[in-house]
Design a protein around this ligand. Structure first.
Ligand SMILES: C[S@@+](CC[C@H](N)C(=O)[O-])C[C@H]1O[C@@H](n2cnc3c(N)ncnc32)[C@H](O)[C@@H]1O
Length: 282
C-alpha cells in the first residue's frame, strides 16, 4: 500500500479533474497529430505513472481498437481509476521495474512523470517493454498563462488558514517530486541518449477560459469546479481542525464565480497550459 503521492503531493480529484479537462476531446486533434499513431491497428498501449487515470480514459475513447494498460505506484489512484474508468486495465506497480514482458507494447506514454523518475530507469524500462519499432510518447507540462477572476482572489479566511499550517522546508523533495527536472531540449536529448530514434517534439496548447464562447456550459462549469476541488483538496490534505472556515470561504467564492458565469457576467479568467509531446521510436 503506497499513498505517498495522493496523500502528500496531489490529491485524487486535483489530478483527475484537471487532467480530464486537459485531455478533453476538444483537444484531441492536436494530440492526435503529435502522437501520430495508427488508428487501424490493435495497439497495445501502456501508460506510465497514470495517476487517477484521466489520460488512459481519454486514450480509450480516442483509440477504441487499442488495448490500454496503465500503471502507477500510488494505491489510491489505482483504486479510484479501477472504480471509475471502464475499458482500461489499471495496475499498481513501479515504473522503474515494470511487471511486463520485454517487447510487449506498441506504445508507451506518460504525462508529467519524467521529471520524477531517474532517467535511465524511466527510459530504459519503457524501451525494454516496447516492441522493436514501438513508439514512446513523453508528455510534459510546460509554462502557461494564468489570470484569475477578482472574485477568486485568496480570502482572509484562506490566508489565516495557510498561515496556521507549519510549512516544512523541502516537503515535496522528501516524496521524490521533481528530482530530475529537464528543459525542453534536455528531454529530447535524454530520449536520444537512451537509444530512442527519430525523436521529434511538438506542443499542444490547452486553453481553459470558461467565458470563451467555444466552450459548452458543461465544459466551462467543469473548469470552475476543477479549480474549486483543487483548492478544497489542498485545504483538507493539511489535516487541520481549523479547516472549516477556509472551506466555506472557498465554496462561497466558487459559487459566486459559477453565478457570474451563469448570469453571463464575463470575467475572462484563464489558464492556458502548454503540453510538450516528445516522440521517439525503439
Ligand atoms: C504529477 S503525477 C501525474 C499523474 C498522471 N500522469 C496525471 O497526469 O494525472 C506523477 C505520477 O507519477 C507517479 N509515480 C512517480 N514515481 C513513480 C514510479 N516510480 N512508479 C510508478 N508511478 C510513479 C506518481 O504516483 C504520480 O501519480
Amino acid at each position: 500500500m503506497n499513498n505517498l503521492w495522493s496523500d502528500h503531493v496531489q490529491g485524487v480529484m486535483t489530478l483527475y479533474l484537471s487532467r480530464k479537462l486537459r485531455f478533453d476531446d476538444i483537444f484531441f486533434t492536436q494530440y492526435d497529430k503529435l502522437f501520430n499513431l495508427d488508428h487501424n491497428k490493435k495497439l497495445r498501449i501502456l501508460e506510465i505513472g497514470c495517476g487517477p487515470g484521466a489520460l488512459a480514459e481519454a486514450l480509450h475513447r480516442w483509440y477504441p481498437k487499442a488495448q490500454i494498460t496503465a500503471i502507477d505506484r500510488d494505491s489510491n489512484f489505482i483504486t479510484f481509476a479501477r472504480n471509475s474508468i471502464a475499458g482500461v486495465s489499471f495496475v499498481e506497480g513501479d515504473a522503474t521495474n515494470l511487471p511486463f514482458e520485454n517487447d510487449s507494447f506498441d506504445v508507451t506514454v506518460s504525462n508529467t512523470v519524467q521529471e520524477h523518475i531517474e532517467p535511465s530507469a524511466f527510459w530504459g524500462e519503457q524501451r525494454r517493454v516496447l516492441k522493436p519499432g514501438g513508439v514512446c510518447l513523453c508528455l510534459s507540462a510546460r509554462k502557461g498563462i494564468q489570470c484569475e477572476a477578482p472574485c477568486l482572489e485568496m480570502t482572509q479566511e484562506e490566508k489565516e488558514f495557510w498561515e496556521s499550517i507549519p510549512q516544512s522546508e523541502g516537503e515535496l523533495a522528501k516524496y521524490g517530486v521533481c528530482r530530475f527536472p529537464m528543459s525542453e531540449a534536455e528531454i529530447a536529448l535524454s530520449m536520444e541518449k537512451h537509444l530512442f530514434t527519430d525523436v521529434t517534439t511538438g506542443y499542444a496548447i490547452i486553453d481553459l477560459t470558461p467565458d470563451a464562447t467555444k466552450y459548452s456550459r458543461e465544459m466551462a462549469e467543469a473548469m470552475i469546479e476543477a479549480k474549486r476541488q483543487t483548492c478544497l483538496e489542498a485545504i483538507r490534505s493539511a489535516h487541520s481542525d481549523q479547516a472549516d472556515k477556509a472551506i466555506s470561504a472557498v465554496d462561497r467564492k466558487y459559487d459566486e464565480r459559477l453565478g457570474l458565469y451563469r448570469a453571463g457576467k464575463k470575467q475572462w479568467d484563464t489558464a492556458v497550459s502548454v503540453t510538450m509531446v516528445i516522440r521517439g521510436i525503439k
